[in-house]
Design a protein around this ligand. Structure first.
Ligand SMILES: C[S@@+](CC[C@H](N)C(=O)[O-])C[C@H]1O[C@@H](n2cnc3c(N)ncnc32)[C@H](O)[C@@H]1O
Length: 294
């Protein structure tokens, strides 16, 4: 399968038809503000092409928000369980100039004390969890990838060969996102409470963490509870799309989603694993599944 192809399955796992619908945007149209683990930036356009018409959009596992960038409209709800992350997105929406000025100031401090200043900010973030510091760390840590230890402290190191994105470039990217976030309601909390008020006609995009990736996330997922929540959405007439299991190299991250919960399954070839590249492991082709209840 080449990257332009997708396989579509019905709920009994029978391949049916594989349209690769084009949308008006391309991958490059989601500017990379926060490179969160599990980011769907490279597939966002293809996922968005499967979205139905909807009243209100919900994205309860926001992370770096790749799909939100394409789907956001006033009234949309975006949330994550990691409070410093939702504080960051709230700042992008409400206080972009403060974030931009803070990054410029911290970037200058880094150039004057390289890499010592990075570790000053990392220690401070692990005590105060300020969103400006999360942003600075994400812009300057190894490969921009978030990583926490088992105490939920940020523990990635400074990216020695880089000095961080130039402040002027960062400012341009923040302002693009601020435009997209106008009128978007940003909540902090568990996915179940985020989507509790979704109604018939609304659309929920779910991108929970892979259990196979659990050490890279703040919180792992209870798969049984997750199935119950999807079932409840079905009964309320809420449409949803779920990025879930996947195949990486020879490994199948297979969390069986009961076939009576969804209508179709699309296999999206998402290219090569960024994590494998970062960790100098074997470069592996990653295939992501998209489950749809419509
Ligand atoms: C795969 S990432 C989402 C990536 C995102 N789609 C993107 O493009 O960057 C999963 C996110 O779910 C969040 N999360 C984990 N458990 C959660 C829960 N119980 N409720 C809400 N969010 C949760 C994590 O903090 C993480 O940001």
């Amino acid at each position: 399968m080449n990257p332009a192809q997708a396989l579509l399955f019905d709920a009994e796992e029978m391949p049916i038809f594989a349209p690769q619908r084009e949308s008006h945007t391309s991958h490059g149209d989601v500017p990379s503000l926060l490179k969160w683990t599990g980011s769907k930036r490279s597939q966002a356009t293809r996922i968005a092409a499967y979205a139905p018409a909807f009243n209100r959009y919900y994205e309860p596992f926001l992370g770096g928000g790749a799909l939100l960038y394409l789907m956001a409209k006033p009234g949309a709800v975006a949330a994550d369980i990691y409070a410093p992350l939702t504080a960051f997105w709230t700042m992008v929406r409400d206080n972009p100039e403060r974030l931009i000025a803070d990054y410029a100031r911290q970037w200058e401090a880094l150039q004057a004390d390289l890499p010592g200043y990075f570790y000053v900010v990392r220690d401070r973030f692990n005590m105060t969890r300020q969103p400006e510091d999360l942003n600075f760390l994400m812009r300057t840590c190894v490969n921009g990838i978030v990583r926490f230890n088992n105490k939920s402290d940020f523990n990635n190191s400074f990216h020695l060969s880089r000095k961080g994105m130039l402040p002027r470039r960062f400012a341009g990217i923040v302002r693009l996102w601020t435009d997209k976030l106008r009128g978007v309601e940003i909540r902090s909390g568990d996915f179940e409470e985020t989507i509790a008020d979704a109604q018939a006609g609304d659309f929920v995009y779910l991108d929970p963490p892979y259990a196979g990736n659990k050490q890279r996330y703040i919180s792992d997922l209870d798969v049984a509870r997750f199935g119950d929540v999807l079932d409840h959405l079905n009964r309320r007439g809420v449409r949803w799309a779920l990025s879930f299991d996947g195949v990486r190299g020879g490994t199948i991250y297979d969390h069986t989603i009961p076939s009576d919960i969804y209508r179709r399954k699309v296999l999206l070839n998402s290219g090569y694993s960024a994590i494998a590249k970062v960790l100098n492991g074997p470069v592996e082709m990653v295939t992501e599944s998209l489950y749809l209840n419509y």
